[in-house]
Design a protein around this ligand. Sequence first.
Ligand code: SF4
Length: 437
Amino acid sequence: MNFESIIRAGKADGATPSNRFVVGNFSKSTPGVSQGGAPSASEAAKVNTPDVSPEKFIAVYIHLPFCAVKCPFCDFYTRPNRHAEEAKAYTSALISEIKNYRAFGWSKPLRMTSIYFGGGTPSLTSTKDLESILRALRDEFEWDPHLEMTIEANPEDVTQEKAGRWKDLGINRVSLGVQALSDDDLKQLGRKGTAENNHLAWQILKKTAFKCLSVDLMFGLRNQTRDAWKETLQAILPWNAEHLSCYNLTIESKTRYWVDINQGKWVPPSDEIQADMFLEARKTLAQHGFKHYEISNYAKVGYESLHNSAYWNGQNYWGIGVAAHSLQRTQSTIRRFWKPKSLQTYVQKIHQLSHVIQDELLSPEKHLRERTMLCLRTSKGVHLASLANDLECEIPKDLVEMLERFKNEGFIEKQQENLILTAKGQLFSDSLFEAFV
Ligand code: SF4
C-alpha cells in the first residue's frame, strides 16, 4: 500500500473522491480530498497535442488489491496475497476491461497522460503481470510523450532485480510506503518491515535512477509525540526524495485500530498535537525546498504528481479493476462510474457490464461544487468564474455565500483572482469540505 493516490475517485473504496489520511477534520468523521500543480489536460493539450480535445486525455489507475497482511488501520478493499490462481484470473479480468474500453464509454483517440499502479500492494504483483497489463494498454491507446507511470511499493518487496524490471517496463516514478522510520512505530502499524528495510529499499530505488521517487509518511500515530514527528521529518530530509506525502492517520470505522480505541486500549494523540505535526511538516519541508502543493503532498519544483493532479484538475480518469472509480466527461455529459467491492464478482462478470458497473450522471452544477472542493485542496486554489465557464453553468448563490463565509472566518483567502485555503483552512479542510456535498 501506500496512501499517495488514496483518492477514492480513482481508487477502490468509496463513492466520492477522497483522500485517506488527511489533516483537516480532527473529528475524524469524513475523509477529505486533494490537488496539484501539473498541467491540466487542457494545458497539456495546448503544449503537446493541439489536435486532441481535452476529454481525450486520460489518467489511468489500475487497482491491484492483494496484500501480504491486513494492516490494523486500513479499511480499503484488499485481498490476501495467497492464491496464485486468483491473481492470475484477476490480471486476465483487468486485461478484459482494457480491451472492452468501448463498453465502459471510452472512445478513441484516447491518450494516456499517466498510469498509476495502486493498491493493495502493487509491488507484490509479478513483473510478468504488470507487463501484460501495460501491453494491453499500449495496444489500445496512445501514450503521451510525457507519460508518468507510478507504482506503489512496500519497502520489503523492493529488490534490485525488481526495481530494474520496473524501470524496463517504463515505470518512471515509485511511491514508497515508508510510513515511519522507527521500528516501534512500524510494528504498531502492523508493517512487516523494519526501519532498516525502509532504508535499504530506498537505496535500491535511488541506485536504479527513477525519474521521481516519493515517500509516504504518516503522523498522528499511537504514542507519537511532537518531537518524534520532528525527528522523522529531519531524518527523511537526507533521503533527497523529490516528493513527499504526509498523511494524518485517520481511525476508520471497523478497523482493528477503531476496535482497540473503542475498547479503550489506547488513545490517539490529541487534535492539538496532530495540528502541530501538520504545521511542523509545512514549515520544515518549505525550509528545505518543498512546495506544499496539496494538503497532504509536497514536491520539489517540477515533481508534483501528474496522476493525482489529474483528479484534482478534473481530468478524465479511468479506474481499472475491482472497486475502482472513474470520471468520464464528454462534450455533453459528466459521468462517474464504479465497480463493486468484490473480486469474485469483478472477475466473473467483467463481460456483463450491468453486473460490474454502477454509474451516475453529474449535473454541471454538482460537478462545479466538487471541482471547487478539489481545487481548494491545492495551492493554486480555485478560480470560480473560469470553472463555471468551463462547465458552462452558473455559480450557485449558496456556494458564493458559503465561500464568503469561509473567507470571513479565515479559512480561505483571495490571492489575485483565486480562492485558496489558509493554514487554518487546511487544518479544518475535512469539516469545510463536508459543506460542499
Ligand atoms: S492492508 Fe496495509 S498494505 Fe494493504 S492496502 Fe491496506 S494499508 Fe496498504
